[in-house]
Design a protein around this ligand. Structure first.
Ligand SMILES: [Zn+2]
Length: 340
């Protein structure tokens, strides 16, 4: 068997929990900053590498917002999206459901149709150029309140870009109860979108229950605190409701104190379908390959075990059955060739 790091790097993968602006690597940020010389963000890659070393969580938010500030027009949106796909292709990510927050852009004055056309243009170009298939999850930025929920549901349901498959909810959980978003999820689900809210990242298992019962979640973003409730774990396992686990993110945001205390093993032991994801990879100094390596260590996996994680993501994705079968077969063929 080949070295596990090399095996992971070459493994065809799917990613289900990764944010649009949060995927802006220093290389992409440099390109965006060059388009907007009045911004305070450095354009030199070395200075940018320093800029991305976070002193604390407040500093992380400052940097994140300064990157948000670089997304000022439709061309910025297109460039960001296309370049994210390039970074994904370099990691052999074959399919990704990218969490996009249209409200952040429309609030800044980018017209909704210009925004959706920009991501769709980038999606088609990236698939043709890099072979990475992108789909969208439009998410409500919870901290921006019900007005942002209304706007996100309107854009999702009325404009309904071709690549859109799901509807999400991000931002802080403390002080932002999930049930208030039920009407917006009801609308999105009625329009044929899948429900994938974040829940149980920084609050307890009740938030996950709320996401299941009120928002009819089909997958849970994080769900870290689910391990505190054996009934909830059993429910997730029985109903095959996958968790989108992002180990390094959980450490960066202090949802979990240390990697060795991460509950991913308890989730797997309870029979829950676990997928491994990177969340805001450059911001957390990681990428999907690194997250697979972390998971392999925490779960004590060999190459075949890592390949199973990749197939979990395919199974938990919103690809249709033939595309799932094709990607799973690609993973099997790669694994057989590496082992043989
Ligand atoms: Zn997230």
């Amino acid at each position: 068997m080949t070295d596990l790091t090399a095996f992971i790097a070459g493994l065809p993968k799917a990613e289900l929990h990764v944010h649009h602006v949060g995927s802006a690597s220093p290389r992409i940020v440099a390109e965006l900053a060059a388009r907007h010389p009045d911004s305070k963000v450095p354009t030199d890659p070395e200075a940018l590498a320093d800029y991305f070393v976070f002193r604390d969580f407040a500093h992380f938010i400052d940097v994140y917002l300064s990157v948000v500030d670089l997304i000022r027009d439709a061309e910025d949106v297109r460039l960001l999206t296309y370049e994210i796909a390039r970074d994904m292709a370099r990691q052999n990510i074959r399919y990704a459901e990218l969490t996009v927050t249209p409200y952040s852009s429309t609030r800044r004055g980018i017209p909704d149709t210009a925004f959706t056309e920009a991501i769709e243009d980038a999606r088609k170009a990236a698939e043709a150029e890099f072979g990475t298939v992108l789909r969208w999850c439009f998410d409500i930025p919870g901290e921006a309140g019900l007005q942002s929920a209304e706007e996100t549901a309107r854009i999702a349901c009325d404009l309904r870009p071709e690549g859109l498959v799901s509807f999400g909810l991000g931002g802080p959980e403390i002080g932002v109860p999930r049930p208030q978003f039920k009407p917006y999820f009801d609308r999105a689900i009625a329009a044929g979108l899948h429900s994938v809210p974040h829940a149980g990242e920084t609050t307890g298992p009740q938030t996950v229950w709320d996401a299941l019962t009120e928002l009819r979640a089909e997958r849970i973003g994080h769900g870290t605190s689910a391990v505190q409730d054996p009934k909830l774990l059993a429910h997730l396992a029985e109903h095959r409701i996958p968790l989108e686990v992002c180990p390094t993110s959980n450490i960066a945001t202090r949802a979990v104190a240390t990697l060795d205390e991460h509950p991913v093993k308890r989730m797997v032991e309870a029979g829950v379908l676990v997928t491994i994801n990177s969340d805001d990879p450059p911001m957390f100094g990681t990428d999907l390959n690194t997250e697979y390596a972390v998971a392999a260590r925490l779960l004590d996996l060999d190459a075949a075990g890592v390949a199973t994680l990749a197939k979990n993501a395919v199974e938990a994705s919103f690809l249709d059955a033939p595309d799932k079968a094709r990607l799973a077969a690609e993973i099997d063929a790669y694994t057989a060739a590496a082992g043989g």
